[in-house]
Design a binder for this molecule. Structure first.
Ligand code: FNR
Length: 386
């Protein structure tokens, strides 16, 4: 904040907008139609995507005064989540196929998040290899698994991640197949059906063992690899009890992402999961689904005493993080805004989007009378009907 105001004194204006909505508007003007549709698009009428944002305005912070929290050094936002130390309760959400947005996208995000001391979650659908991203992502990154139809491949992916330094595995369970996504459909465009969409699979020895010819052998071999990928992508028979396999394979904590019903949360925690991510995938899977924030309270009530609870889908500003934590989340995953930043300005854009969120959270906490994350609970909120 101060940095921007002081630079402004000399007439220098910031290069990028100062809100998530501003970043999206700029991205719409500047990114390719495919990249913008891929990031911005949600399922069907996109009303769940809209509900995700709307839900936050039904909860209001009630700031407390005269608490000595307003000096810049009066606050400590750091947390420890499943053994991972973070400078703030924020990790970048797993986002696939980032080469579509910016070359070496996953590497850039992992590196910037590590520089800022926040966490990052690397997608299975990455266009870089696990090893390349792990090498630059410090010691606060986790790996997200789309559990394939073949356990041997699942095991290979998570063991590579563990070896590359991942500190937890996040199993996404809301995407055994893709939702109905009109923006991508209208462009006839599925990012995964390109070499860059399956690069991480192409680097996997188990995946390669299932191919008749090496994908490097030409366009036809590549097409075969894409078909093999498609046949392996979703696991339609995955059960809560499968979760424990991840711990056997890696010894790492396991979180289950995409949980919205409290009974599902209970089932996966009963089966041994260490945490859940309450998420509707940014409204990209089931249109008409409950806003993630509305699902958070019941899930937290069901499992928070024995599991870590994270939230994503709709985090756009500092107050959103505060509200999510007040309703029971231990931390949040931050999604689309930094992806727009990545497309607009590479590492600088990701850094900008993350610093904007962190500074807004820091300032808002201080002005609301909060000096640390442990003080955030339901007492800082009132429900306001709309
Ligand atoms: C995603 N998301 C996602 N989730 C996941 O588990 N693996 C993945 O590969 C992806 N890929 C992906 C691509 C894009 C372009 C988007 C926008 C989202 C979902 C993501 O992790 C997170 O749940 C949502 O982004 C949260 O919604 P908001 O806050 O970004 O709207």
């Amino acid at each position: 904040q101060n940095e921007i105001y002081f630079t402004g004194l000399s007439g220098t204006l910031p290069d990028l907008p100062m809100t998530a909505a501003g970043l999206e508007a700029r991205a719409r003007e500047e990114l390719t139609a495919e990249a913008y549709a891929y990031i911005a698009g949600s399922a069907s009428t996109e009303r769940t995507a809209a509900a995700n944002l709307d839900a936050f305005s039904r909860h209001a912070l009630v700031p407390r005064m005269l608490r000595g929290t307003t000096a810049p050094d009066a606050r400590d936002l750091s947390v420890e989540i499943l053994g991972t130390r973070l400078a703030a309760p924020v990790l970048t959400a797993p986002i696939g196929v980032l080469d579509l947005v910016r070359d070496r996208g996953e590497t850039i995000v992992g590196q910037v998040a590590a520089d800022l001391g926040v966490g990052s979650v690397l997608s299975t659908a990455a266009s870089s290899t696990i090893e390349d991203v792990g090498a630059v992502s410090g010691d606060s990154w986790w790996y997200q698994l789309y559990w394939p139809a073949d356990d041997e491949l699942a095991q290979s992916l998570v063991q590579r991640a563990a070896k590359a330094g991942a500190k937890a595995i996040v199993v996404t369970v809301d995407t055994p197949g893709l939702g109905w996504r009109p923006r991508d459909l209208e462009l006839g465009h599925l990012p995964f059906l390109r070499a860059q969409g399956i690069a991480n699979y192409l680097s996997d020895p188990v995946f390669r063992s299932k191919l008749a010819t090496a994908p490097e052998d030409g366009p036809e071999a590549m097409q075969m690899a894409v078909l093999t990928w498609a046949s392996l992508f979703g696991n339609h028979t995955l059960q809560a009890s499968d979760i424990t396999k991840i711990r056997e394979w890696t010894g790492l904590p396991v979180l289950v992402k995409g949980v919205l019903h409290e009974d599902d949360a209970r089932a996966v925690v009963d089966a041994g999961a260490d945490g859940v991510v309450v998420s509707n995938h940014g409204g990209r899977q089931v249109d008409g689904a409950i806003a993630a924030l509305d699902a958070l309270g019941p899930v937290a009530a069901a499992v928070k005493d024995r599991a870590t609870v994270l939230l994503d889908s709709g985090i756009r500003c500092g107050a959103d993080v505060l509200i999510a934590l007040a309703l029971g989340a231990d931390a949040v995953l931050y999604g689309r805004p930094w992806v727009y930043g990545l497309g607009l300005a590479g590492a600088d854009g990701v850094r900008h989007a993350l610093r904007m969120l962190l500074a807004d959270l820091d300032v808002t906490m201080g002005l609301a009378g909060l000096s640390g994350v442990a003080e955030i609970d339901a007492s800082v909120l009132r429900s306001v009907g709309r």
